[in-house]
Write a protein that binds this ligand. Sequence first.
Ligand code: SF4
Length: 190
Amino acid sequence: MQYTWNDIERHVAACTHCPLSRTRQRPVMGRGDHQAALMLIAEAPGGQEDQQGIPFVGRSGEILDDLLRDCGLSREEIYITNILKCHPPGNRDPKEEEKEACFPYLKYETYLLKPKIIVCLGRVAAQRIISSDFKITRQHGTWTYRKNCALTATYHPSAILRDISKYEIVKEDFCEIVKKRTELYTHSSI
Ligand code: SF4
């Protein structure tokens, strides 16, 4: 069966496939341009996202918007989502079984979007999507290629909240991502 974006959203809204369904306020489906070449994937919704049902609101969202703006991008041009669609209590790391239970939704999102670039935000997303031994401190900003997609990772905006000196590092990574997108547009028919 071919799922649509609405189908995925409906399934996520009613999902009880892991215990987070009992503690969440609202599930948080990905948002953005369904034609975007650029897909951002973080680990899980935070407390404010849980309340509003929208990814990247609150302080982390503001930092993400600043980073995008500083590199000439906006949310309207990207698609942003999480591995988990429900908030882990206390912002703890997602458990393996939760990631496995939720991963099919991310797979459907990726299948429908067919991104040219995937950007993992933070260690948890990078280790689930790029490589299980990915070291965000040493490997952020590096590129991996899989089928027709370029993958990279940078720090999660919440890491900037804890250490403002990371802002410039993440900004550099984002500016390289914008260059890569331009390169891919130039060398393909997308
Ligand atoms: S985290 Fe994912 S698998 Fe778990 S209840 Fe939420 S939508 Fe379902």
